[in-house]
Ligand binder design. Structure first.
Ligand code: SAM
Ligand code: SF4
Length: 330
C-alpha cells in the first residue's frame, strides 16, 4: 500500500500521456512551446506496466491527461488495456481529461473500453471567445465531440477555468447549459504554473467571490461529495447538477490529498505545486519485473510533501513552479 509520511493513502494516479496539445490555451501554454523529443516518452506498453505497478501497490483510480491525451498516437490501445483492468476489478475507475477535440472520432471506442466518465475542458460557450482562449481550438469540433460523448453514454463533467475579464460574465450561462445537457460543472482558479505570455495576476479570480455572486441567482446547497482533491461541491437546486469549485490556492485540501502525478517521461510528482519528483523510467526499463519500479514509487511516496506553496500576487509575479500544467496534466 502507498501511505505517505502524513498517513495519507495514495489511491489515485494521474498520468500525462503526452505533453503535446492541439490547443494553446492562454493560461496553460505559451504559443510557441518546445515539446519533448518523442524518444524521451514512455511507450504505451511502458505506460501499461507503470499503471500495473501502481495498481499492485493499491492504486484504485487512474486518470489519463496531458497535454491532450487523445492526440497521442494509438492512445486508444492504452485506454483499452487499462479498461481491461477495470473489467477485471483491479481498478475501480479509469477516467480521462480532454479538450474534446478528438471525441467525435474516439468517444464510442472510449466508452466501449470501459470508461464511464470524462472531463471536458470548456471555458466559454462563445465561439469567438473560445478561439481567443484556446488560440488554435475549434469550438464546433469540441461541441460535436461533446455530443458524440453524450451519445456514447459517457457521463460528462465540464471544467471551466475562471478568468477575470475573459469569461467571468458566462458562469450563469454555463450553469444553465450544463443543467440542460445533464453535465456537472467544475470551476477552476488559475494556477501559477509555467511561463505564459499573459499576466496571470490580471486574470486571477478568486472563486469565493464567484460563489457569492452565483448565490444571488442560484440556490447552492453544500454536499459532502469529495474526490480527495481540491474541489468542493454544491448542488445547484434549479438544475439538480453538481457544481465544483477548485481552489488550489487555498491550502485546506492538502490534508486529504490522495494522489500523485506521472509525466509522459515517467517522472512522478508527489505534489502539483512542488518541484520534488521521483524518476521512474530507469527503474521501469531496468528489469522486466515490476519490482524495481515499485520500489522507486515507494521511495517517492515517502517524500510526498505536506502541501504546496502556490501564491499569486503582484510582488511575486512569477510561476510558483516552472513546469507548465501540460507536463503533469493538472
Ligand atoms: N488538454 C486536456 C484539457 O484541456 O482538458 C487535459 C490537460 S489540461 C492541462 C487539464 C486541465 O488543466 C484543464 O481543465 C485546463 O483548463 C487546466 N489548466 C491548465 N493550465 C492551468 C492553469 N495554469 N491553472 C488552472 N488550470 C489550468
Ligand atoms: Fe492543451 Fe489542455 Fe493546456 Fe488547453 S489546457 S493548452 S487543451 S493541455
Amino acid at each position: 500500500m502507498l501511505v505517505d509520511p502524513f498517513g495519507r493513502e495514495v489511491t489515485y494516479v494521474r498520468i500525462s500521456v503526452t505533453d503535446r496539445c492541439d490547443f494553446r490555451c492562454v493560461y496553460c501554454m505559451a504559443e510557441h512551446m518546445t515539446f519533448l523529443p518523442k524518444r524521451e516518452l514512455l511507450t504505451l506498453e511502458e505506460l501499461v506496466r507503470l499503471s500495473d505497478a501502481f495498481i499492485e501497490l493499491g492504486v484504485r483510480k487512474i486518470r489519463l491527461t496531458g497535454g491532450e491525451p487523445l492526440v497521442r498516437r494509438n492512445v486508444i490501445w492504452l485506454i483499452e488495456q487499462l479498461g481491461e483492468r477495470v473489467r477485471r476489478g483491479e481498478l475501480e475507475e479509469l477516467t480521462i481529461t480532454t479538450n474534446g477535440s478528438q471525441l467525435e472520432r474516439l468517444a464510442e471506442r472510449i466508452a466501449a473500453a470501459g470508461v464511464r466518465r470524462i472531463n471536458v475542458s470548456l471555458d466559454t460557450l462563445d465561439p469567438a471567445r473560445f478561439r481567443q482562449i484556446t488560440r488554435w481550438g475549434s469550438f464546433e469540433k469540441v461541441m460535436a465531440g461533446i455530443e458524440a460523448a453524450k451519445r456514447a453514454g459517457l457521463a460528462i463533467k465540464i471544467n471551466m477555468v475562471a478568468l477575470r475579464g475573459v469569461n467571468d460574465d458566462e458562469f450563469d450561462r454555463m450553469i444553465a447549459w450544463c443543467g440542460s445537457e445533464g453535465f456537472d460543472l467544475t470551476l477552476i482558479e488559475t494556477m501559477p504554473m509555467g511561463e505564459v505570455e499573459g499576466d496571470r495576476t490580471e486574470q486571477y479570480l478568486p472563486l469565493s467571490l464567484v460563489r457569492r455572486r452565483l448565490e444571488q441567482r442560484w440556490t447552492l446547497t453544500d454536499i459532502p461529495y469529495r474526490t480527495g482533491g481540491p474541489a468542493r461541491y454544491v448542488r445547484v437546486e434549479e438544475t439538480g447538477r453538481r457544481l465544483g469549485f477548485i481552489t488550489p490556492l487555498s491550502h485546506n485540501f492538502c490534508e486529504s490529498c490522495n494522489r500523485v502525478r506521472v509525466t509522459c517521461t515517467g517522472t512522478m510528482y508527489m505534489c502539483l505545486g512542488q518541484e520534488d519528483r521521483a524518476e521512474l523510467r530507469e527503474a521501469l526499463r531496468a528489469s522486466e519485473s515490476n519490482e524495481p519500479v515499485k520500489r522507486a514509487i515507494l521511495e517517492g511516496i515517502a517524500r510526498k510533501p505536506k502541501g504546496h506553496d502556490f501564491v499569486i500576487d503582484r510582488r511575486r509575479n512569477r510561476p510558483a513552479v516552472r513546469r507548465h500544467m501540460s507536463v503533469t496534466g493538472g
